[in-house]
Ligand binder design. Sequence first.
Ligand code: 5GP
Length: 190
Amino acid sequence: MAAGRRESFINDPNLDVMIDYETIQARVRELGAEITRDYANKKLHVIGVLKGACVFLSDLMRAIDLPVSFDFIGTSSYGASTKSSGEVRITKDLDISPCGRDVLLVEDIIDTGLTLNYLINMLRSRELGSLEIAALLDKPERHEIEVHARYIGFTIPNQFVVGYGLDVGELYRNLPFLAVPKNPDALARR
Ligand code: 5GP
């Protein structure tokens, strides 16, 4: 590579493509069609979990052929020592009351399941019309707690993935595909 130039994402030797752009888009369209059928007579209110779900959410909403309201909630796990207790910190609360609405909680990935479990318990106390989960990715080998997601984009093996909203050191969320970094630490340092 010439000095000062960087390779495009697709040629990056540190990134192994796991799921390409076209495959993601085709699956998102399928999920959107399924959600459109399931929510035809409901008041669909989508809540995206920041930041990882923002790219998936924006494509998914446009694949749903219904009037949809949406909101975001921000979370971050407490330190590694408390993560296994499922303690999650809310970094941004909801702007719109979800009370009485048919809520679809949209997450980037179900890893241990602790974040979603926390959010489900929190939302259940708010007298929703209904609550379902949509997750782009599911890593069943990593589950510490079982969370039922009605809509799953892809089931993947226990590998660390980046792209399409998922980051390493806050970078690479804008990759239009999902990739496995050969060396995540090197990516985070860029
Ligand atoms: P949980 O373990 O609570 O199910 O997942 C917590 C969060 O960890 C996810 O929402 C996601 O942001 C992050 N996470 C889990 N697995 C991965 C991964 O493979 N890659 C990236 N970039 N983030 C992940």
